[in-house]
Design a protein around this ligand. Structure first.
Ligand code: FRU
Length: 485
């Protein structure tokens, strides 16, 4: 090596270590800021067993993956205010999908904001693939491409020096985000949300090393009535079928359907790895019928497919934001395919949260069960009778009415007059399983045919009041805390 080469080499090494020093300084500073800020948070609406940001804002869950014996979950995070801002990736882990540990922030924005993405395990390395959104001063004022970051311990992440690794779209659309990657045979595949002429679509690419990608095909595309942009796509096999799960923007409300600002739902079909063709078996179906469910993420482990989502919705109020934080993740659910629909059930380990049985038996008309911040209730529903439950705060605040009407055969979740309802035809059990946390409600009907996820903001604890004309059989538990305060 010549002296000049050695000098250049030393310089490059020096710069690289200076950069990583700067990065680790920025991370240490951020952790100190978060620690300091935590004490200022008003605890009244803080959830006890749902993933939340320690301070500040979160939206989509990201990079849900099982790595070295633990589930890792990341999320869109802005630590400095309880509104959306330049995106970081927050990070939590769990051995069982129920007990969570908060880890240091995994990604900090630099020239790029760290938008949503995926995580895969490549040999022993945890690889994050995320959308880097770079803002410009010329129309279209931003562009999006895909970035990588690596970790060998699942805690510290280093961005790839060759970023971005994927910026090609067939129509040069600036909307090109939310990669979801998986391995099949020798190849890595990734799907990415995009649009063409105001119609949402999902693009499919393939790679041997996660760094060099070839465009394969348009996996799915709106024919005009499926929204202008498809965000957060996911693609996986279940019972021999393929499911394209995604969050389309721009669907018009149709009767009881599509009542939220944006939707999350799925199309079932068949995928062929030789032709890269996805042939749908049917249309788009919503996954959850509540007020607050968006940008879902799935992962597979032990032959089971788990899903969770942002327990929130764009362009809606976040009453907790005045308390110094905003947003949460739904409880994890297991997905099963039954016929032409997905069923969603709380993961089995949710039963480990049960701390104390607070009710077991008949709950007569007008009777009330009270909870502190948390509860799980299992109702045995007689479908020939009307059911009406008022879920309200022990000191007032927001409330929700849950109803079943044997005439319309609809389950109704009425949050202060803002109604979500859907027909329910039980395929097995007639029970309702309801999870209450300090400011949330999740209702699972039957085998998970119909699920509602809704944030509600009571003052004080919870009162569950049976307003049905008949008594109901109920088992109810108080649940323990499983997310750090
Ligand atoms: C979905 C979304 C994603 C994007 C992220 C930005 O809620 O809009 O498409 O990557 O949020 O925070």
């Amino acid at each position: 090596m010549t002296v000049l080469k050695i000098l250049v080499f030393a310089c490059v090494l020096g710069l690289a270590s200076l950069k990583s020093l700067k990065e680790s300084d920025a991370k240490a500073e951020l952790e100190a800021y978060i620690e300091g800020k935590k004490g200022e948070i008003n605890q009244r609406y803080r959830l006890q067993y749902h993933v939340m940001p320690p301070v500040g804002w979160m939206n989509d869950p990201n990079g849900f993956v099982f790595y070295k014996g633990e589930y890792h979950l990341f999320y869109q995070f802005y630590p400095y205010d309880s509104i959306w801002g330049p995106m970081h990736w927050g990070h939590v882990t769990s051995p069982n999908l129920v007990d969570w540990t908060q880890l240091p922030t995994a990604l900090i924005p630099e020239e790029e904001m760290c938008f949503s993405g995926t995580a895969v395990v490549d040999n022993d390395t945890l690889v994050l693939m995320y959308t880097g959104r770079v803002v410009t001063d010329i129309d279209p004022f931003f562009y999006e491409s895909q970035y990588l970051a690596f970790s060998d311990d699942g805690v510290d992440f280093e961005k790839f020096k060759g970023n971005p690794v994927l910026s090609y779209t067939p129509n040069a659309s600036p909307d090109f985000r939310d990669p979801k990657a998986w391995k099949y045979g020798d190849h890595w595949y990734v799907i990415i949300g995009s649009q063409v002429d105001g119609r949402g679509r999902v693009l499919l690419y393939r790679s041997l090393d996660l760094k060099t990608w070839d465009f394969l095909t348009v996996l799915g595309e709106s024919n005009g009535d499926m929204g202008y942009m498809w965000e957060c796509p996911d693609f996986f096999e279940l019972n021999g079928k393929h499911i394209l799960l995604m969050s389309p923007q721009g669907l018009e409300p149709e009767g009881d359907r599509y009542k939220n600002t944006y939707q999350t739902g799925y199309i079932i079909g068949k995928f062929n790895y030789d032709t890269f063709e996805f042939v749908p078996d049917g249309g788009f179906q919503e996954l959850d019928f509540g007020h607050d469910f968006y940008a879902s993420q799935t992962t597979e482990n032990d032959g089971k497919r788990y899903v969770l989502a942002w327990f929130g919705m764009w362009e809606t109020p976040f009453p907790e934001s005045v308390d110094g934080w905003s947003g949460a993740v739904t409880i994890p659910r297991e997905l099963k395919l039954r016929g032409n629909r997905l069923l969603m059930k709380p993961v089995e380990s949710m039963t480990s949260l049960r701390e104390e049985t607070v009710w077991d038996g008949e709950l007569s008309t007008n009777a009330i069960i009270s909870f502190d911040k948390t509860g799980e209730l299992i109702f045995d529903v007689d479908l020939s009778q009307k059911v009406e439950l008022l879920i309200k705060g022990s000191n007032g605040g927001e409330e929700v009415l849950i109803q079943w009407d044997p005439e319309t055969r609809k389950v109704v979740v009425d949050r202060l007059g803002d109604i979500r309802q859907v027909e329910w035809l039980p395929i097995g059990s007639n029970s309702w399983r309801m999870f209450l946390d300090a400011s949330s409600l999740e209702l699972f009907c039957g085998e998970g045919e119909v699920v509602f996820s809704t944030r509600v903001f009571p003052e004080g604890g919870w009162l569950v009041n049976n307003l049905s004309p008949k008594s109901l059989n109920v088992v109810a538990y108080k649940l323990r805390r499983s997310f750090p305060a």
